[in-house]
Design a protein. Sequence first.
Length: 244
Amino acid sequence: MNILLTGGSGRLGTELRALIPGIVAPTSAEMNLTDAEQVLAVVRRERPDVIVHAAAYTNVGGAEKDREACWNANVVGTRHIVAAANAVGAKLVHISTDYVFSGNEGNYREGDTLGPVVNYYSLTKLVAEEAARAAQNHLIVRTSFRPREFAYPVAFSDVYTGQDYVDIIAPEIALAVEHAMNISDEVLHIVTERKSVFELARRRKPDVQEGTRSQAGVTLPSDVSLNTERWGALKMSWQDAAEQ
């Protein structure tokens, strides 16, 4: 199976390149996602069976200041990848986010109603999901991850999430990518258990200070934890099949 990866130098992309042998990951110079012709040319050359679209503008605060850059990366880039995937008959695995939900309830299931979003980054990712659905064969993976180490001195105790560190999340996503051609679901939630960001931070930064989302400088959702029962059932079915 030929796999092409966007965002190969990013946080998740770096992990996926190490986990999936033979994955092709063009640089942004080789494949500028805002250039439709260049994207199509690279995809036609590589003829992938699966395109993993992990490239994204993910700076939530920065998105409020440079909306054009965020929109171009997250929406325009996704539209170009979708068109290229359809041109060669590739399956699109689109990496999305828990921020497509309002964050008012938590434990969101794959089919729950999206929005209303609380910041501009969330808006672009919601629109990008809708763009991804135009791929004739697609899997949208909603997830959330941090660098291997918690990077901030303060973590919020009133923000709840299924987020985890990238070295924990990436192997799960790699597993989904490797089985992508056999996954009939169009959306999957791949995260870990519900926890506060403060709880998550303390696992790798014990001296982190407790804070609240009012300190963030940008509006954050309060609880975007995701229900992962569908993903768990899929993994169980693969394990059962392997044991037979």
